[in-house]
Ligand binder design. Structure first.
Ligand code: GAR
Length: 191
């Protein structure tokens, strides 16, 4: 069994979707949710569904021993970022080589980097007048949004689409594709 931890800072619509899509997976399961915010919507979901969760703020994330002990306790093999705001610390990247993935709600390298999160990304896409956007799933390295790309999916933007219309289109792509990309990666691990 491959145990997955999902790191999320907000509502967690992706975390929820991934959890639901992994219910029927025989060889992988969502073993832990980690959030840096104690009021994140994703924690309510974790409680409702009795998924173990940990609240690890910025200072706690810097404490290697505590974080590694938490992940070891839940026997975590793979980490999925789903709307996670903090930079992943170096020790975690070393401990999980090619085993931490992120989703970014744009076509990297466009509209990525520090501070480019959620709605801010869609507003930047709108302001740039782009006629397409999409999602990028990538391995996580020590820089925001810079690890090796795993997959990208695209969608068109109509001239009168608002930033919120763009968010909706991108979210639909995320929900359609992220769970499958994770399943494919996890399958390779269990071989
Ligand atoms: C998602 O769109 C995700 O791609 C984005 O935050 C949103 C979280 O939504 N991540 C980033 O912007 C990372 N730079 P959710 O909480 O509903 O899953």
């Amino acid at each position: 069994m491959i145990n997955i931890a999902i790191f999320a800072s907000g509502t967690g619509s992706n975390a929820q979707n991934i959890f639901n899509q992994f219910k029927a997976e025989p060889k992988a399961h969502i073993a832990l949710i980690v959030s840096n915010k104690d009021d994140a919507g994703v924690l309510e979901f974790a409680e409702q569904h009795e998924i173990p969760y940990a609240i690890l703020g910025k200072d706690e994330m810097d404490d290697e021993e505590t974080v590694m002990a938490t992940l070891e306790y839940h026997k975590i093999d793979f980490i999925v970022l789903a709307g996670y705001l903090l930079l992943v610390p170096q020790y975690l990247i070393k401990a999980f080589p090619s085993r931490i993935v992120n989703i970014h709600p744009a076509l990297l390298p466009a509209h990525g980097g520090k501070g480019m999160y959620g709605m801010k990304v869609h507003e930047a896409v709108k302001a740039a007048g782009d006629d397409e956007t999409g999602i990028t799933m990538h391995y996580v390295n020590e820089h925001f949004d810079e690890g090796e790309t795993i997959a990208q999916m695209r969608c068109d933007i109509a001239p009168n689409d608002t930033a919120d219309d763009i968010r909706r289109k991108v979210q639909a792509l995320e929900h359609e594709h992220y769970p499958q990309v994770i399943k494919d990666l996890v399958k390779k691990l269990s071989k």
